[in-house]
Design a protein around this ligand. Structure first.
Ligand code: 5AD
Ligand code: SF4
Ligand code: FES
Length: 387
């Protein structure tokens, strides 16, 4: 018979053995998983545990998927950390209410507006307002007014992201109607049990409330972002895989992922021995970014500043693995050291114009460029909006 003769000849020539000898079922499975977009929990865990050459392959795949859906542009959000007063007591964060070692500050309206004008002059296209969590009426009204004022700069040319924690639906509506359109509210961990290991278990830190807030934001039409910290004490690959599946299920438009950095003036510091070494947290963060890019090719993903704390090249590595947003700091120099969420924050002593040219150079070195004077909305969101 023809077919058996074919194999007979192949067998004799020795070629039939070659592919079999080189066949490693694990490598094969890994490569197959890398080609998929709809990943299940087990597949995600295989990718997150990749090391060495396999990890590099994963990171290259993250970049490849990004380039095939987006482009090589990086979007900037000029970050204005306008106050560090916080009503909450998250167990990991230096700004927590009970940390008496913080010099609390709040920028004046004029200081916030001059940061926003600077963002516009530098061509950043968008600003992000971030502060500790407050929900008193004066604060809510002030933010609403500030958003309106920022929108007046050059006829609404700046996009506005808010990152001001959990608020009522009415507050989210007021801020949206004032002109802000993107909101970041990290879930920190999507596993309720781990969430309560890093937050006090009380009404002020309710996991349910945070989920409800994310739902409200989406319902109101915000471009909604969330995220988690990577390398928390007791966090496993199962937790991290579930976080990625959570982002997908929530169908968010933006994600910010960053390594956890133990802060000595916080209760969670006691568990620092359970935190993986910096290099490991960095690698895990990069793998999370690459896997998420594969799962959600069109979302906006931030290369968090915390990456640069654990690795001097951390932000560029995050961009190269699939992230596409950077938030350079615009907070006036004298306040920066008081926004001490975690130790050794990057760029604390650099002026905004220095960061701008620094970023241009660093990003060019990895084949990316900044898209100036644009809002840089998430494609995942704008596409849906058009439908
Ligand atoms: N390490 C890393 N990220 C932190 N954040 C707060 N504390 C830390 C820390 N110790 C992050 C949280 C929060 C954001 C404002 O900063 O994810 O959402
Ligand atoms: Fe406050 Fe946010 Fe820090 Fe929690 S993470 S203590 S809400 S600033
Ligand atoms: Fe701030 Fe490089 S980005 S100095």
């Amino acid at each position: 018979m023809q077919v058996s003769k074919y194999f007979h000849d192949l067998f004799l020539s020795g070629r039939l053995f070659l592919p079999l000898q080189n066949y490693d079922p694990m490598t094969h499975a890994f490569k197959d998983i890398l080609r998929k977009q709809d990943l299940d929990r087990e597949e995600i865990k295989v990718l997150l545990s990749a090391e060495g050459e396999r990890m590099q392959e994963l990171l290259r795949r993250g970049r490849e998927v990004k380039f095939s859906h987006l482009d090589n542009y990086v979007h900037l959000r000029g970050l204005i950390e306008f106050g560090n007063v916080c009503e909450k007591n998250c167990l990991y964060c230096g700004l927590r209410r009970d940390n008496a070692r913080v010099d609390r500050y709040c920028l004046s309206d004029e200081e916030v507006l001059s940061c926003a004008r600077l963002a516009h002059e530098l061509g950043y296209g968008s600003v992000a307002l971030q502060s500790g969590e407050r929900s008193d009426p004066a604060f809510i009204a002030r933010i609403e007014q500030l958003v309106r004022e920022i929108k007046k700069i050059d006829n609404g040319s700046l996009g506005i992201t808010l990152s001001l924690g959990e608020q009522s639906e009415d507050t989210y509506r007021r801020w949206f109607e004032a002109g802000a359109h993107r909101y970041l509210l990290r879930i920190e961990s999507s596993t309720e049990e781990l969430y309560y290991r890093i937050h006090p278990r009380n009404e002020k830190h309710s996991f349910r409330k945070r989920l409800d807030c994310l739902e409200s934001l989406k319902r109101l039409g915000w471009q909604t972002g969330t995220g988690v910290m990577v390398g928390l004490p007791g966090q496993t690959l199962d937790h991290l895989a579930d976080d990625l599946l959570f982002f997908k299920r929530m169908d968010v438009a933006m994600v910010g992922l960053g390594p956890y950095i133990p802060h000595p003036d916080t209760p969670l510091y006691r568990l620092r021995d359970l935190v993986p070494p910096a290099a490991e947290r960095m690698d895990l963060t990069l793998k999370m970014i690459a896997v998420l890019r594969i799962m959600m090719p069109e979302i906006n993903m931030v290369a968090a500043t915390a990456n640069q704390t654990v690795d001097p090249q951390g932000r560029e590595k995050a961009i190269a693995a699939g992230a596409n947003v950077i938030m350079p700091n615009l907070t006036p120099g004298e306040y920066r050291e008081s926004y001490f969420i975690y130790p050794d924050k990057a760029c604390v002593k650099d002026r905004p114009d220095q960061c701008k040219s620094c970023l241009d150079i660093r990003l060019a070195a990895i084949g990316h460029q900044i898209l100036y004077n644009a809002w840089g909305d998430s494609l995942a969101f704008t596409k849906k909006d058009r439908k």
